[in-house]
Design a protein around this ligand. Structure first.
Ligand code: FES
Ligand code: FES
Length: 164
């Protein structure tokens, strides 16, 4: 079957009932998305499907319609790190790192839905598990990414105004 992954159309030779996570890691060779629980509980396997977070360990391939974005496909302006990845790196969020691609993908989804989330918004929407307890650092990084995305949006708007 054909699947659009990170902007590229890929031919995936796998049965339709195969979980998306298996196809991403073992067929498409994208190992950034992790296997944790396999029962939709931990969020380590989170990817975006049409911008919406999805637990890929329980998503059969034949249920996927649209564009899949994994951690490898996140890019910011000019091919740099996405602001969420940048905030994660600057805040030294990761400890063992195992849950972090799922956390970053979930944070990207949260900020596209709620650009300036409150602590409550973060607590409600960021329900991926982290055995290392990096929750406070995750919250700080989301706030930083939110501020950076807001300031780059307003400078882009100013440039448009000047050029327009
Ligand atoms: S591996 Fe998918 S939610 Fe845990
Ligand atoms: S950083 Fe280790 S599980 Fe989250």
């Amino acid at each position: 079957m054909k699947l659009t992954i990170n902007g590229e159309e890929r031919e995936i030779d796998a049965p339709g009932e195969m979980p998306l996570l298996w196809a991403l890691r073992d067929v498409a060779g994208l190992k950034g998305t992790k296997f944790g629980c396999g029962i939709a509980s931990c969020g380590a396997c989170t990817v975006l499907v049409n911008g919406v977070p999805r637990r890929s360990c329980v998503a059969p391939l034949d249920s996927i319609e649209g564009e899949v974005t994994t951690i490898e496909g996140l890019v910011g302006a000019d091919g740099e790190l996405h602001p969420v990845q940048k905030a994660w790196a600057e805040g030294n969020v990761a400890q063992c790192g195992y849950c972090q691609s799922g956390q970053i993908i979930s944070a990207v989804a949260l900020l596209s839905e709620i650009p300036e989330p409150t602590d409550e918004d973060i607590d409600i929407n960021m329900n991926n598990l982290c055995r290392c307890g990096t929750y406070p650092q995750i919250r700080t990084a989301i706030r930083q990414a939110s501020a950076e995305m807001k300031s780059s949006t307003s400078s882009a708007a100013k440039t448009d105004k000047v050029e327009g």
